[in-house]
Design a protein around this ligand. Structure first.
Ligand code: NAD
Length: 338
């Protein structure tokens, strides 16, 4: 079993840690926690080893949590680190990993330079082998790339324009907004998502723009895609349906026409933490005309990158399995598509 440590146990880290616990190829060495908050208590109760900064040791003990060790010990005991730290902190952590000689997987909140390769399974799985540092691209970029690469495999995508309607905050982030506004994501002409996606899929010209809206549940994206030759709607549906991480939802048949109903469905399906690992493509929104495809999809920001983090582990651990086998294994263990 490959020993994996998770540094940062927030929205992404706790989900990735649970995914590692489900996979018999990997052993969760433990997590690094920086404060003895309620999630530390839950992890401790679950029997997950908690490593802490030396100067926080007593704070943890005083709340009844006995740390397993320090960050230094965490680095020594882990063979691979998944860094799920807040935006930008992963870059600072890189020197720790380099010092300990440990490979690491970073998240999309880091600048691309933190790693040797920005990664998304459907696009560049094969390129990830032999790398020491990978960066799994952000939630929105993962959502965009899954669709583009699924279509690119079949139809040779030429260009894409994307409108990202980004959730204002995660459910726990009560200090973020906007509360009563729809806001441009930045002062720039384009958003970072398209540029980020082109790092992974450089042969396709991808331009994105983004607005931020007062919701916490999911992102919504509108994609407008040109492929090399004319295609039919049924060919597009067939191409997307081949991939378990892209779920076509028909609002007429299911009654699901919103992010809130999707989250309710995830609850009803007893998905842990309401997680939706799949891109949810609203089937009725797929419009195909000659060589142009457009669609609307919803992306659950808190969980969408978990499968890609797991696949990235296979690559960085040099578990050389074909793309289809790794995706099938990750998806089965997480219950993707189920
Ligand atoms: P988060 O704030 O929920 O969790 C980060 C955790 O890291 C916290 O528990 C914090 O205590 C801990 N931490 C603090 N200092 C640290 C350090 N120096 N090193 C390691 N950990 C430290 O953040 P998150 O939402 O889980 O985001 C983590 C990364 O994943 C970011 O790069 C983010 O951009 C990316 N990401 C987030 C989402 C999302 O929607 N939340 C989606 C995809 C990718």
């Amino acid at each position: 079993m490959v020993k994996v440590g998770v540094n940062g146990y927030g929205t992404i880290g706790k989900r990735v840690a649970d995914a590692i616990l489900k996979n018999p190829r990997f052993q969760l060495v433990g997590i690094v926690k920086y404060n003895p908050d309620y999630s530390s208590k839950i992890a401790f109760k679950k029997g997950i080893n908690i490593y802490v900064p030396q100067d926080k040791w007593r704070d943890f003990e005083s709340t009844g949590i006995t740390p397993k060790g320090t960050i230094q010990e965490f680095l020594e005991e882990s063979s691979i680190i998944i860094d799920a730290s807040p935006n930008g902190k992963g870059a600072a952590n890189l020197s720790l990993y380099k010092g300990a000689g440990k490979p690491a997987i970073f998240q999309g909140g880091e600048k691309p330079e933190v790693a040797e390769l920005s990664y998304s399974t459907y696009c560049n799985y094969d390129e990830a082998f032999g790398r020491k540092y990978l960066r799994v691209v952000s939630c929105n970029t993962t959502g965009i790339l899954r669709v583009l690469c699924a279509l690119h495999r079949e139809f040779n995508v030429k260009r894409a324009r994307v409108l990202v309607i980004r959730r204002g905050a995660d459910p726990k982030e009560d200090a973020r907004g906007p509360i009563n506004s729809i806001k441009l994501e930045s002062f720039e002409d384009v958003s970072h998502h398209g540029k980020d996606a082109m790092l992974v899929l450089p042969s396709v010209k991808i331009i994105s723009q983004a607005v931020v809206v007062p919701t916490t549940l999911m992102h919504v994206q509108y994609l407008d895609i040109d492929v090399a030759s004319p295609v039919t709607r049924s060919q597009v549906i067939e191409a997307l349906s081949k991939h378990a991480r892209i779920l076509l939802v028909n609002p007429k048949k299911t009654g699901i026409d919103s992010t809130s109903k999707l989250i309710e469905a995830a609850r009803d399906f007893l998905r842990s933490r309401n997680d939706i690992y799949e891109n949810i493509v609203f089937e009725n929104t797929i419009i195909v005309s000659d060589n142009n495809i457009s669609l609307i999809q919803a992306i659950h920001q808190e969980s969408i990158v978990v499968p890609e983090n797991m696949d990235a582990l296979y690559a960085i651990a040099n578990i050389r399995l074909p793309f289809e086998k790794v995706v099938e294994e990750t998806d089965r263990l997480l219950g993707v598509g189920g």
